[in-house]
Design a protein. Structure first.
Length: 423
């Protein structure tokens, strides 16, 4: 009995020592993660043009001795870590692209990068936190590599370009990575990702089962009327008037037909193009906008009703109209079983009170395309200094995060990989 009791004590000491070693590794790597993040922040690159970003990532991963593949979906980087024993394959994903935004912050590592985007001179900025995601995953790769003898299975690190969307006429992002086989060889069983948020306190994690971010569809409506003199409208068919009726009608699909107590939905017309002169009723008009939904059935209903309403309203006023849809992102849909399985890990790392159930957001995320193929969990990481009264909104020149929040991201993704594969 004493012998078995002694073995039990010894086993407990070994486990405790391993945990202490891992915790020290987290402490040691924080400064490197911050340094990487500042480098990426100061040197942002737009979607499908993340060449130097990819070089920095690949150089680090190769230094760890990992199997590294570059040029995936143009500029993506993928690395494989094989554990000491065979098992499942888990993927961890970070997005790496910046935005055409001119930074207004006064930081020592402020972006001064300039470019031309869609014929417009602009700055380039990591205005959504992708620099932090990249640095976090680089840190996770280093720690997991140091502990590969404790891993049963394999980890695939996916550094994805063009999350913000490729330029018109280009392919890119998660869709292209999947098309090129990023979830195969070896076949991935589950995928995890995070997004830092400037309006959630550092030290917190936010999650939701099911739809956590909306599908985003771009729609184009072409309205055809009959051109005439502005003083003789009865001789023509006014496509601008028809457009106004269509815009007004589309909003009733949301306000009167969509069960918003279940999930949110939004229809937005963001651009209208028509006419050349003040005294001419034009031949045609074009409306461009987005539809955002969080439920597949609601999405199908809204698309159907938009199509019916556009054609019917145009006909009612003597014209013609057509509508087309293009998916920008699918619904970021967290697998319920995977959430149940990994919630204890989130709570273990951040503390139960710091892991919070949240409502969905109508923002979009192309991580959703991975989740259409395999089970996935996407969660939000706090990046706001505790006690702050003002958040710095994403996609703006003033966007800013508290770098002390990144270490929790490193810890969480590391433990997710350990626990998913070993348990």
């Amino acid at each position: 009995m004493k012998y078995f009791f002694s073995l039990f004590i010894l086993f407990g000491i070994v486990i405790a020592q391993g945990q202490n070693d891992l915790e020290q590794q987290f402490i040691d790597i924080e400064s490197k993660v911050i340094e990487w993040r500042r480098h990426f922040h100061q040197n942002p690159e737009l979607s499908n043009r993340e060449f130097k970003t990819a070089e920095t990532i690949a150089k680090h991963l190769k230094s760890l001795g990992l199997e590294v593949q570059t040029g995936v979906a143009h500029t993506g980087v993928v690395a494989i870590l094989k554990g000491s024993l065979p098992g499942k394959v888990v993927a961890l994903r970070a997005d790496i692209d910046g935005l055409p935004v001119t930074e207004r912050n006064d930081l020592p590592f402020k972006s001064e990068v300039k470019t031309t985007f869609l014929n417009t001179e602009t700055g380039v900025m990591h205005a959504c936190g992708h620099d932090t995601h990249t640095a976090i995953l680089m840190g996770v790769a280093e720690i997991l590599t140091k502990n590969k003898d404790k891993i049963k299975g394999s980890v695939k690190f996916i550094f994805q370009p063009a999350e913000e969307g490729p330029l018109p006429g280009e392919e890119g992002g998660a869709k292209l990575m999947i098309k090129e086989g990023v979830l195969e060889n070896p076949k991935v069983d589950a995928i995890f990702g995070l997004h830092i948020r400037s309006n959630y306190e550092v030290g917190t994690i936010h999650y939701k089962k099911g739809g956590i971010m909306a599908s985003v569809e771009r729609f184009v409506i072409n309205v055809k009327g009959k051109q005439t003199h502005g003083g003789r409208p009865w001789q023509g068919v006014d496509p601008i008037l028809i457009s106004a009726k269509i815009i007004d009608g589309l909003q009733t699909i949301i306000s009167r037909e969509s069960k918003l107590v279940d999930e949110a939905a939004v229809i937005t017309v963001g651009k209208i193009t028509a006419g050349t002169r003040f005294n001419i009723i034009p031949e045609s008009a074009e409306l461009i906008g987005t539809v955002r939904t969080l439920d597949p059935k609601m999405k199908a209903h809204i698309e159907k009703r938009m199509t019916e309403m556009v054609t019917t309203l145009a006909k009612a006023y003597g014209g013609e109209a057509s509508i087309s849809f293009q998916n920008n992102t699918a619904i970021t849909y967290n697998d319920s079983d995977l959430v149940d399985k990994m919630l204890p890990t989130l709570q273990k790392v951040a503390g139960v009170k710091n892991v919070r159930l949240r409502k969905a957001t109508t923002g979009g995320e192309d991580f959703s395309y991975f989740q259409e193929v395999i089970p996935g969990l996407y969660f939000f990481l706090g990046g706001m200094t505790p006690g702050n009264k003002e958040a710095f909104p994403h996609h703006t020149p003033d966007f800013m995060i508290d770098e002390s929040g990144m270490l929790l991201g490193v810890k969480t993704l590391t433990h997710i990989a350990f626990d998913y594969l070993n348990n």
